[in-house]
Design a protein around this ligand. Structure first.
Ligand SMILES: *Cc1c(COP(=O)(O)O)cnc(C)c1O
Length: 218
């Protein structure tokens, strides 16, 4: 299947309330150009350097989402243009995004990444830490790194019940945050292998790579 055919499939398959982030990490500019021609306007990358190179070469109306683990010393390179940072997983990075937002006279939208999978390797705050952040009103400390929602990655597992339970837990936290006065709009969960379950559990933003661009060669 070609990139445009895959995008067409997603346009038909996804509910209108769900945004599609086309995860283009490791893929060449031609692939992004093809997706752009077919109307895709949101791209997700996991390396700031690679995203910045692509941003420089492609039309400026594209929204760039940083979906990977963010190194503090690289925030400055994406601060002028990034649309949404999904992977805010520690206070230090959050505070640096705020600082760079101020410098660039921008409010940079962010998602707090929550650790929902069993695997040790996945980054993110715990549910307890998110509750503390809300209780301590940390959200008010970084107005130029405005948190607009939550992001999570489920376990890389064939056990669908487990994946569903992890997404359900994140959805519960998202709802609780809003009950406690947060104004969260974005719940970013779901990738090529599990986006259907994620949407059933309330995701309104999916990050899809291989099902659009094909498998990645690292
Ligand atoms: C790579 C990546 C994706 C996309 O993965 P696919 O399985 O190719 O759809 C989604 N989210 C994050 C955080 C990623 O790093």
């Amino acid at each position: 299947m070609s990139i445009s055919e895959n995008l067409k499939f997603f346009k038909n398959d996804l509910p209108e309330t769900v945004s599609l982030v086309a995860v283009s990490k490791t893929k060449p500019l031609e692939d992004l150009e093809e997706a752009y021609k077919f109307g895709q306007r949101i791209f997700g990358e996991n390396k700031i350097q690679e995203m910045t190179d692509k941003w420089q070469h492609l039309p400026k109306e594209i929204e760039w989402h940083m979906i990977g683990h963010v190194q503090t010393n690289k925030v400055k390179y994406m601060a002028p243009y990034v649309s949404l940072v999904h992977g805010v997983d520690r206070i230090k990075v959050w505070s640096e995004i705020h600082k760079q937002g101020l410098k660039n006279d921008r409010v940079i939208h962010c998602l707090l990444q929550v650790h929902i999978a069993e695997e040790e390797t996945k980054f993110g705050f715990s549910t307890e830490e998110i509750k503390e952040i809300i209780a301590r009103k940390t959200l008010l400390e970084f107005p130029n790194a405005k948190v607009v929602g939550l992001m999570g990655m489920a376990s890389n597992s064939d056990d669908k019940d487990k994946v569903r339970a992890e997404f359900k837990g994140l959805r519960k936290l998202f709802d609780l945050a809003n009950e406690l006065g947060c104004d969260f709009k974005v719940l970013s969960m779901g990738m090529s292998g599990d986006y259907n379950i994620a949407i059933e559990e309330g995701s309104n933003m999916v990050r899809v790579g291989s099902k659009i661009f094909g498998h990645r060669n690292y």
